[in-house]
Design a protein around this ligand. Structure first.
Ligand SMILES: Nc1ncnc2c1ncn2[C@@H]1O[C@H](COP(=O)(O)OP(=O)(O)O)[C@@H](O)[C@H]1O
Ligand SMILES: [Mg+2]
Length: 560
């Protein structure tokens, strides 16, 4: 509806504008005939003024209506893209970098918006305006029209070529700008690393180098932009010269009136902008289409991780998780991360240990349904996980990962993220259990303290404890802690786990750790190596039977 009104207003503007030369013609003809009166002149002037006022009003309408429409369209697309991305799975984010996704969301969406907004407007405007102006000109004099139009196609063509060039350079400008932003973002995020290695100078040089490239591309754009306008003017003026000479002769010969002559000139100046617009619009549309295709391809991507409709039977109780010859490779990797794991988890504490890269995190991720698992390899409550809805599996799991993710918000909000309806008392209890309450309450702003971008205002161990408090608060039957408390000192860690073991004795706890004193309390320890189970038994048997474990224990207890 907006569009219809918008285009109606646009047509109105064009039509009214085309009336003006006609009025001028009448005035001038009257002047040259000496039949003019003051009242007639005033009448014509007022008429032009009125038209100008209406044109201004209609212009305002079409601009707000059509540009508004393109903004709405952009919003719609942006939201669809966001929702789509939020629903994508881990393998997808392994393929797409954050930077390229952000570029899509920024550049492509604005290119589509431009094509649908200004592009459509200019196309309609140019088309209506030029055909109508040419028609009016033809009515006045056919030969003169053809003559005057001679240089115009040249203008359209050169605009097309130039704006295409401009597009190429402009994309480069955007690309360089992206690099510049990404570079400074990266540098600021890892500022401590840069300072630690005294790399400020190197960063400075690199930044200047990209900045130089950015300026160079920008200058190229400026050159082309600088060329476009004078060229249009020149073409218009050449047309003008042709009309002045040949049209003037027609006037002398009495074939057309002086008024016709002036009207003709005015129509010609009205043609310059549409001619430029045609070239410009062609490129705008092309850009818009390319972007639309790219966004379309992104929207077509489907998560490979799909679940069924099933719901876990045990509900709030601990489900039985069974791995049956569980085999898994990351996309694009030749070596499997997990080989033929056969295991069963019920309530209790399971310690998972093994060297770096042995597959501990992968096992946790598969159980949490972050990566797809083939049929017949992983069962929850006797059902293949592929038959269960992903949400139903995940809703039973609290996950504290190796890398803690905190939001740029208050500590309080970060803790109750998994359970927004929790009250203050529950939040504080969770923080106490994670041994972070005392620290938070001594902060000047207490629980309202901001954690900073990715939690920079807290130490690694404090971040881990905030993440643990979040997991404990969400209070789910399964708690997975993937090396999640590695940055804690031994005494605090011991205290936290004492609490967890007591409070969660009826749940299922999967604890990835190297700390022997924690593993010793587990009901069962699973040792992985190169994706395979080396041993799975309690501490005592493990100590007696497994040499690797024995060495680990002796080393750590020797230190303690
Ligand atoms: N996202 C990933 N993409 C590809 N390979 C991965 C990914 N994550 C881990 N791997 C590989 O899988 C293997 C097991 O990794 P992981 O489970 O993280 O080990 P651990 O947690 O025991 O240190 C390693 O060889 C690692 O390189
Ligand atoms: Mg790991």
């Amino acid at each position: 509806m907006r569009l219809v009104f918008g285009f109606a207003a646009l047509l109105g503007v064009d039509f009214l504008q085309l009336l003006v030369p006609g009025i001028l013609k009448r005035g001038i003809d009257a002047l040259s005939n000496h039949t003019v009166t003051r009242a007639y002149l005033l009448e014509l002037s007022l008429l032009i003024l009125l038209i100008a006022a209406v044109v201004a009003l209609l212009r305002f309408f079409w601009r707000t209506l059509i540009i508004g429409f393109s903004r709405l369209l952009e919003k719609e697309l942006r939201e669809r893209l966001f929702v789509h991305l939020v629903h994508m799975d881990q393998p997808f984010f392994g393929r797409w970098s954050t930077g390229s996704l952000m570029a899509h969301a920024g550049n492509d969406l604005s290119a589509i918006q431009m094509a649908c907004g200004m592009g459509m407007v200019a196309a309609a405007d140019a088309l209506v305006m030029s055909t109508a102006a040419v028609c009016f000109m033809l009515v006045i004099d056919i030969r003169l029209t053809l003559l005057a139009l001679l240089p115009l196609p040249l203008l359209a063509l050169s605009t097309k070529i130039l704006s295409k060039k401009m597009h190429v350079h402009f994309s480069r400008v955007q690309e360089k700008f992206g690099q510049l932003t990404e570079f400074s973002r990266n540098a600021l995020v890892s500022i401590r690393l840069i300072k630690g290695y005294c790399l400020e100078g190197l960063q400075e040089q690199e930044f200047a180098r990209i900045g130089q490239q950015y300026v160079r591309s920008n200058l190229r754009v400026a050159v082309i932009q600088g060329l476009l306008h004078p060229m249009a003017m020149l073409t218009g003026n050449v047309g003008m010269v042709l009309i002045l000479y040949f049209g003037g002769r027609q006037v002398i010969a009495g074939r057309i009136t002086l008024g016709d002559f002036v009207a003709f000139m005015t129509y010609l100046t009205m043609l310059i902008w549409p001619m430029m617009a045609i070239g410009w619009v062609a490129n705008l549309a092309q850009r818009g289409l390319t972007s639309l295709r790219r966004i379309g391809a992104l929207l077509q991507e489907q998560p490979v991780l799909t679940g069924g409709r099933g719901i876990i039977k045990s509900g709030a109780d601990v489900p039985t998780i069974r791995c049956k010859q569980l085999h898994f490779s990351y996309p694009g990797r030749r070596h499997p991360a997990l080989c033929n794991l056969t295991l069963q988890f019920t309530s209790g504490v399971y310690g998972i240990t093994g060297r770096a890269g042995s597959g501990k995190s992968t096992l946790c991720r598969l159980i949490a349904r972050l990566y797809p698992v083939k049929k017949g390899m992983l069962y929850v409550d006797g059902m293949d996980v592929n038959q269960l809805s992903i949400a139903s599996v995940r809703a039973g799991i609290s996950f504290v990962g190796q890398q803690v993710s905190l939001f740029e918000d208050s500590v309080y909000k970060n803790i109750c993220f998994g359970r927004p309806d929790a009250d203050q008392k529950q939040v504080k209890e969770a923080a106490k259990a994670a041994a972070i309450h005392d620290y938070i309450s001594h902060l000047p702003d207490g629980y309202n303290s901001l954690v900073g971008e990715r939690g920079v205002k807290f130490s690694g161990g404090q971040r881990q404890r905030i993440a643990l408090a979040r997991a404990l608060l969400s209070n789910r039957p399964i708690l997975i802690i993937d090396d999640g408390l590695s940055a804690l000192d031994v005494a605090t860690e011991q205290q936290v786990f004492e609490h967890i073991y007591q409070q969660y004795h009826d749940r299922l706890i999967l604890l990835v750790s190297h700390r022997v004193n924690l593993l010793a309390r587990a009901d069962k320890i699973i040792m992985l190596d190169q994706g395979k189970i080396v041993a799975a038994c309690a501490h005592k048997q493990m100590y007696a039977a497994n040499n690797l474990y024995k060495i680990m224990v002796d080393k750590q207890q020797g230190h303690a």
